[in-house]
Ligand binder design. Structure first.
Ligand SMILES: NC(=O)c1ccc[n+]([C@@H]2O[C@H](COP(=O)([O-])OP(=O)(O)OC[C@H]3O[C@@H](n4cnc5c(N)ncnc54)[C@H](O)[C@@H]3O)[C@@H](O)[C@H]2O)c1
Length: 310
């Protein structure tokens, strides 16, 4: 393969993302974890699946960073996930230290890479990686909106009994309880769902989307990983193939949407340059208010990072 992606954290999300990338035949994959044996074992298991899955991706599992040298993309999933009763924000002090350490080591080996952050609390962890890496803002982004939108799309398709392929959805804002699903911009075969569903049903789907992560934590005892891995792989694919897909991602805002110096979920164009453009869509008054409310929640996390000395 002529492309290489490093996935840091060989836990549920990281290992599944490695599987998705390899099985989509997108790139060679280096899987890194701090626990000895885990990345090596999972990589070997994936290598042994390759003949059946019919791909030729080279997969390496390791505890060091040397093999990651020259990666095109580094996906960071290292850190602790939440347990029932926890919010994503409860993870901040543990995960900030982990993201700082893994980013430092990864960027030494891959100074030209594009960073996709997955670890929570997402928007704050993007901020840590951005500061520590010193990378330009187009090369640091977070995965949340693609997942939240996929959840919204799944619920829309179940509600209307239509193919998921006909659905499009946009969920903006921070990746937390204040996320902003946008029904007006969510469509089935191009038709806004506001034309197809009652306000009451839309509100129920929006609420389920907002609680999508917690619903799975409640069932599983830990956070979701199949859909998060798919979402991270979709972002990586758009970058590796320079597809220039418009996807909701956490990007560093410098005045767009009236928000400054914060990572927030907004529609971006993803290509070989990373975040190549931030798309500003017109928001209704209440949508704008919800987005500002979400920005305030992310700003509070940024203040916590300052107190932690990051
Ligand atoms: N952005 C999203 O939408 C989204 C969705 C799901 C999960 N997440 C987040 O992703 C993170 C990972 O979730 P998971 O379910 O895979 O957890 P997990 O516990 O299964 O895996 C995390 C892995 O990180 C490793 N790790 C810890 N410290 C490390 C370090 N310093 N260097 C390298 N590896 C290290 C652990 O050993 C573990 O294998 C969590 O923070 C979770 O909240 C985010």
């Amino acid at each position: 393969m002529d492309k290489k992606v490093t996935v840091i954290g060989a836990g549920n999300v990281g290992a599944t993302a490695a599987q998705r990338l390899a099985e989509k035949d997108l790139c060679d994959v280096v899987l890194i974890d701090i626990v000895e044996g885990v990345p090596q074992g999972k990589a070997l298991d994936l290598i042994e699946a390759a003949p059946v899955e019919k791909h030729d991706a080279r997969i390496i599992g390791t505890n060091g960073y040397e093999d990651s040298a020259g990666s095109d993309i580094v996906i960071i999933t290292a850190g602790i996930p939440r347990k029932p009763g926890m919010s994503r924000d409860d993870l901040i002090s543990t995960n900030a230290g982990i993201i700082k350490s893994v980013t430092e080591q990864a960027v030494k080996q891959s100074p030209e890479a594009i960073l996709i952050i997955v670890s929570n609390p997402l928007d704050a962890m993007c901020q840590v990686a951005y500061q520590v890496s010193g990378f330009p803002k187009n090369r640091v982004m977070g995965m949340a909106g693609v997942l939240d939108s996929a959840r919204f799309r799944a619920f829309i398709s179940m509600e209307l009994n239509v193919s998921v392929e006909n659905t499009h959805a946009f969920v903006l804002g921070g990746h937390g309880d204040t996320m902003v699903p946008l029904p007006r911009y969510s469509t089935v075969a191009g038709i806004p769902i506001t034309e197809l569903l009652s306000e009451e049903r839309i509100n129920a789907l929006v609420e389920r989307t907002r609680n999508g992560g917690a619903e799975i934590v409640g069932l599983l005892g830990t956070s979701a990983y199949y859909a998060p891995a798919s979402a991270a792989a979709e972002m990586a694919e758009s970058i590796l193939k320079d597809k220039k897909k418009i996807l909701p991602c956490a990007a560093y805002l410098e005045g767009e949407y009236g928000i400054k110096d914060l990572f927030m979920g907004v529609p971006v164009k993803l290509g070989s340059g990373g975040v190549e453009e931030i798309i500003e869509i017109t928001l209704a008054e209440e949508e704008r208010t919800a987005l500002m409310n979400s920005a305030n929640a992310v700003q509070e996390l940024k203040n916590v990072l300052k107190k932690l000395g990051i």
